[in-house]
Structures are given as structure tokens and as C-alpha cells.
Design a protein around this ligand. Structure first.
Ligand code: TPP
Ligand code: SF4
Length: 341
């Protein structure tokens, strides 16, 4: 007779590890960690079914601080390590934690391929527009003209926009949040966790030591209602302190319009996160505050598509049905072999 013991009810504190957190005081990473610990108990999973895999960088210290399984892997390679793990252990919930340098410089290639495969991974990219761990060199998301130790005369590389890259690789879930907007951040982490397939979440994160204020326009109490726009599925794109501005399509281009003066809500662009075509999500990912537009936060895209982790295991099952279980030793010693002198 087997006795079923109910799972213990976990609290955020149960997800805190015994490691001292070694980020600089005031770093935006703390807030992401706090929200992650809050979201974890709501997922209804035991800790041994959750794994955090990171690359290298300040952000990549994250797995040490979670009382789950984790791996601080190789620079830029967290998506590849997670792909391997999720393929053989589809029962695990896999999170990939990366930075703008880790994910888009050395690991750009791996990130893109994990996304296009639609592995069931939750990728969180902490975007602080700088290399934090190595003390302040410019990163692929640093703006043009950014002066850093490695760009003393100003960056001349056109910056990458993480969500545009993810949507270009046809990510099935794409979202953005901000470290200081904790309620929103928690909601986005939950949505990412719920999604089956690759969920890509960019978090604007302040590195208060090497790039303080990089996102100030989006976090400042006075300006954030003008500089950001919270996306809501099925709702028109409205923003502004008095919610009197909106985004309208003019042909294929978005434009900012003032409501009233002959323009009604119905004239605006309505957000559809479930649109099978990624074009509108891409258009939203290109909106930058620099161009006078607000920067959207929220879920840009959330669609269903076949998953690599399902398909690879279906193929293995099918192959085993046809040929029986494989024998690795036999395979290694089959065919032509030769000795290297
Ligand atoms: C192969 C290799 N190349 C370069 C480095 C140096 N390095 C360590 S972390 C890092 C960039 C981290 O930047 P980011 O991903 O933005 O993370 P942050 O520290 O800002 O959170 C670099 C270049 C390294 N450790 N290994
Ligand atoms: S260097 Fe920047 S990103 Fe790294 S811990 Fe310090 S404040 Fe955070």
C-alpha cells in the first residue's frame, strides 16, 4: 500500500539559498531575484523540478541564490546547456538567466538557435546595456556614442534590440519588464513560466555602478507614463499621464497621435499578442523612446507552436519502436575503426 504525502506548501523564503548575495548594493538584479522567489511558490512545482542555468556575468550569479537545481555554465552557452538538459529531462522547468553581454555577444548564436527551436525554456535577459562583471565595457545593447573604458571616443556599433532579435527568430513568447516595476515584473515572470515553448523576457536592469540611470527615462516617476506603454491583449495602444496619446498605423508605419481632436480609440492600433504573424510584435519591438515613441512593456507575443523537446522525444520513441533500444558501445565499435599511432 502506498501512502501519498501532500507536497509541502512553499514560501518565497524556501527558494532562498544559503549563499551570500554578492551583487553591489542597489543593483537591479536584487529586485529580479526577489520577484523570482515570489513567483516560484505559485508554480506548484517542488524545488527539485526547477533548474536555473546561467552563463557568465553578474546576472549569471543568479543560480547560486536560488534554492533549486542550478548551473553556472559557460559564457554565452546557457541556452545550449539548457537545450541538452530539457531534451533528456522534459519534466524539469528550465530557466536560462543571461545578460546583454552573455546572451547577445558571446552567446548570440546559441540564443538564436534555442529560440528558433522553441525549446520549453524560460529565458530571462537582464539588460543593463553594459558589461557589469568586467567593470564597464560597452555591450551589444549600449547606445551609439556610449563612452566606456573600451569605447573612450563613443561606441560606433549599432545597438541590438533583444526583443527584435527574439521575434526575428520567431520566438513564441516575447515580453519586456523593468526591475523597478515589481508588480509588472512578477506578472511577466509568471506568464513566462506558464508558456510552453521558449519564453523570452527582457528586463531593463539598472547597473548602478557602471551604467547608472541607463533606463531612468523608463523608471522615473514623472516621465514613465510618457516614455513607456503597457501592452494589454485586445486593448488599444494608449499612453501618457492623462492617457490622451495613442499609437496609430499610418500605412505600415506606427505614429503617435493625440486622442480627441477627431481621433478615437477605435482608430488606434489594438494589441493582439496571439497574432500568428510576428510582424506587429516586431513593429512594437522597434519602438524606442529616442524616436518620440513610448517603449512598450508587457507581452508582445504569445502563440503556440510545436516544441523541440516534445519532437525529439517523439522521434526517439519512434526509433526505439522500430529498432529497439540502442546500444552505445555497439555503435561506437561498429563500422570502420582505426588506431591513431
Ligand atoms: C570566454 C570569455 N570571454 C570573456 C569573458 C569576460 N566576461 C565575463 S562576463 C562578461 C560580460 C558580462 O556582461 P553581461 O552579460 O551584460 O552581464 P552583467 O555582468 O552586466 O550582468 C565578459 C566579457 C569571460 N569570462 N570568458
Ligand atoms: S557591477 Fe553592476 S550589474 Fe554587476 S552587481 Fe554591480 S551594479 Fe549589478
Amino acid at each position: 500500500m502506498s501512502i501519498e504525502t501532500p507536497l509541502p506548501v512553499l514560501k518565497p523564503a524556501d527558494f532562498a539559498s544559503d549563499q551570500d548575495v554578492r551583487w553591489c548594493p542597489g543593483c537591479g538584479d536584487y529586485s529580479i531575484l526577489a520577484q523570482m522567489k515570489k513567483v516560484m511558490p505559485t508554480l506548484g512545482l517542488p524545488r527539485e523540478k526547477i533548474v536555473f542555468i546561467s552563463g557568465i556575468g553578474c546576472s549569471s550569479r543568479f543560480p547560486y541564490y536560488m534554492n533549486t537545481y542550478g548551473m553556472h555554465s559557460i559564457h554565452g552557452r546557457a541556452p545550449a546547456v539548457a537545450t541538452g538538459l530539457k531534451s533528456v529531462r522534459p519534466d524539469l522547468q528550465c530557466w536560462v538567466i543571461t545578460g546583454d553581454g552573455d546572451g547577445l555577444s558571446i552567446g548570440g548564436n546559441h540564443l538564436m538557435h534555442a529560440i528558433r527551436r522553441n525549446m520549453d525554456l524560460n529565458i530571462v535577459l537582464f539588460n543593463n546595456r553594459i558589461y557589469g562583471l568586467t567593470k564597464g565595457q560597452y555591450s551589444p545593447t549600449s547606445p551609439l556614442g556610449k563612452k566606456t573604458k573600451s569605447t573612450p571616443m563613443g561606441a560606433i556599433d549599432n545597438p541590438l534590440h533583444p526583443l527584435s532579435i527574439a521575434i526575428g527568430a520567431e520566438a513564441t513568447f516575447v515580453a519586456r519588464s523593468i526591475d523597478t516595476n515589481i508588480k509588472h515584473l512578477g506578472a511577466m515572470l509568471s506568464r513566462a513560466a506558464e508558456h510552453r515553448g521558449t519564453a523570452f523576457l527582457e528586463v531593463y536592469q539598472n547597473c548602478n555602478v557602471f551604467n547608472d540611470g541607463a533606463w531612468q527615462y523608463a523608471t522615473d516617476r514623472q516621465s514613465k507614463t510618457e516614455t513607456t506603454l503597457e501592452l494589454q491583449h485586445g486593448k488599444p495602444l494608449i499612453f501618457g499621464k492623462d492617457r490622451d496619446k495613442g499609437i496609430r498605423l499610418n500605412g505600415l508605419d506606427p505614429e503617435v497621435v493625440e486622442l480627441g481632436k477627431g481621433i478615437k480609440e477605435d482608430d488606434l492600433l489594438f494589441h493582439d499578442e496571439k497574432s500568428p504573424e510576428p510582424s506587429l510584435a516586431y513593429l512594437l519591438s522597434r519602438m524606442r523612446y529616442e524616436d518620440g515613441f513610448p517603449e512598450p512593456i508587457g507581452v508582445f507575443r504569445s502563440v503556440k507552436a510545436p516544441r523541440y523537446d516534445d519532437m525529439i522525444n517523439d522521434q526517439i520513441e519512434e526509433a526505439q519502436k522500430q529498432h529497439g533500444k540502442g546500444d552505445l558501445d555497439k555503435l561506437f565499435n561498429s563500422g570502420e575503426t582505426w588506431d591513431v599511432a
